[in-house]
Design a protein around this ligand. Structure first.
Ligand SMILES: [Fe+2]
Length: 303
């Protein structure tokens, strides 16, 4: 694939090169239709946290301690118990164990600085403060170096059940707990290494889809039951039951060839879900994909 070539992502044609050299966003941008637009106090708070967390990211200072506002705590206390009730029933066992071990509760917003220290001891993963959604490739460059980027701001209070962008609730209640598991962490780091070394847009896109249908929207077989481990599902009260039970959703065994050729719409609840038999199965599949794409990544043997 050479200069000027295109790929299809989210149903539209994109310049393949943007997968490899993404733009950097230096100022807070709330997308059209964001519930916080027009709320001056919210926008000011977001700008303050944007500047603070961006500085901490660029200067490698780790997540700052945040003095959360009463309104932010109110939103956490409204959303996290609803999610917790669903997690107890439908989340994968590694997620539930980690949430207990990290002592993430429904009454107080956790400090990611402290969680990062705990993860480092457990699986040698650290948290990287992120001012917002980082471009895919930048995101995976951090992960390849065992750093997981996390936001620290909270969604707008007018729609506590909804956020158009990843926020602290998505990151802390979706992505962070499974990082306590060694098999999951090694899978993630391997995706990061491969995605950050790939030089062809198409290869980055394949890895992005592999990650989307596992880390972000993955289901896992546990005995006779299918459970949720994808962060995008775990942070949405609507998508947990939708992913497992909706007749409009298609659930299939995880097949890498199908997954890397499946486009998706990130702005809606998903139509396609893939069920993995285990994290080691996914790591084995990823190792095969890395070899097939000819990426110079060292893949440790899978147990
Ligand atoms: Fe995510």
């Amino acid at each position: 694939m050479g200069p000027g070539e295109t790929l299809i992502e989210y149903g539209v044609e994109i310049d393949a090169q943007t997968m490899v050299t993404p733009p950097d966003t230096t100022e807070l941008e709330l997308e059209p239709g964001h519930p916080g637009l027009g709320d001056t106090a919210y926008v000011e708070r977001r700008k303050e946290l944007f500047a603070l967390t961006r500085k901490h990211r660029l200067e490698k200072l780790g997540p700052p301690l945040i003095d959360y506002l009463p309104e932010e705590t109110r939103i956490w206390r409204e959303v996290s118990p609803q999610l917790d009730a669903l997690h107890v029933k439908y989340a994968s066992e590694i997620y539930l164990k980690a949430k207990r071990d990290l002592a993430i509760t429904t009454d107080r917003i956790p400090q990611l600085r402290h969680i990062s220290q705990r993860l480092e001891r457990e699986t040698n993963i650290h948290l990287v403060p992120a001012e917002g959604a980082l471009p895919y490739r930048t995101f995976y460059e951090y992960i390849g170096q065992r750093g997981f980027p996390v936001t620290q701001f909270i969604r707008h209070g007018s729609h506590p059940e909804f956020t158009p962008e990843p926020d602290m609730i998505h990151d802390c209640l979706g992505h962070v707990p499974p990082l306590m598991n060694r098999d999951y962490s090694e899978l993630l780091v391997l995706i990061g290494k491969a995605a950050s070394i790939a030089t062809k847009g198409e290869h980055v896109l394949f890895l992005k889809r592999f990650s989307w249908f596992s880390i972000e929207f993955g289901l896992i077989q546990e005995g006779s039951e299918v459970k949720v481990f994808g962060a995008g599902i775990l942070s949405s009260t609507g998508e947990i039951p939708h992913s497992l039970f909706s007749p409009e959703a298609r659930r299939r065994p995880f097949n890498t060839d199908v997954v890397i050729h499946t486009d998706y719409d990130p702005s809606k609840m998903q139509v396609d879900y893939f069920i993995a038999p285990s994290f080691n199965f996914l790591r084995h599949e990823l190792t095969q994909l890395i070899k097939k794409l000819g990426l110079p990544v060292e893949c440790p043997p899978v147990d």
